[in-house]
Design a protein around this ligand. Sequence first.
Ligand code: NI
Length: 229
Amino acid sequence: MLICIPDILSKAEVADFRRIMDATEWEDGRSTAGAQSAMVKRNEQLPPDSETARVLGQRVLSALTKNPLFISAAIPLHIFPPLFNRYAASDGHHFGVHVDNAVRGDRLTGLRIRTDLSVTLFLSEPEDYEGGVLTVEDYYGSHEVKLPAGHLVLYPASSLHLVTPVTRGTRVASFFWLQSMVRDAHARSMIFDLDMAVQALVERLGRDDPETVKLTGIYHNLIRYWADV
Ligand code: NI
């Protein structure tokens, strides 16, 4: 399941990110790629251990933890320090079809996670570039994602995915992975659907409606049943 979440960063925050990133040295994106993906990856990244990447990554993390929709969809246990990439039309940048590495270790913090979900947080407006479409394959076919700056998409890290060549302008994004407390994607998706339905009922009937209280209890008990923490 793909889940798009709007307004993780405001337009002003995105502009501030871009100002800082534009003044920084970038490196070949293959520095963090596995053997297969290195063959198909053509882009640039902020060096993952650089001060700029760490500071901006921390700002992304604090925005994520304040977003109830993101928490509900991902049920995150560990979030990998966010990375930053850019695809320039002038260099024919693209990222061919691949699956992300199953396990990611961070040199600086020693954090090691199983990558359940991949995340792309868009930092360019769609009209500022041509191409650069994230294409994700799942059981239901192939999905194309290109979101406004400040919005993100969550998708299964186990899926085949690619970024089509950028043919005009520059596509800038943050990307990272997370380990969910709920490993099973189907279970996680049902918990998310239940949470959305409960939130809608709370709106309509209030928080103290007896059946809403029961359903809220079932929501928490399903997490209790499925969560590894
Ligand atoms: Ni990938």
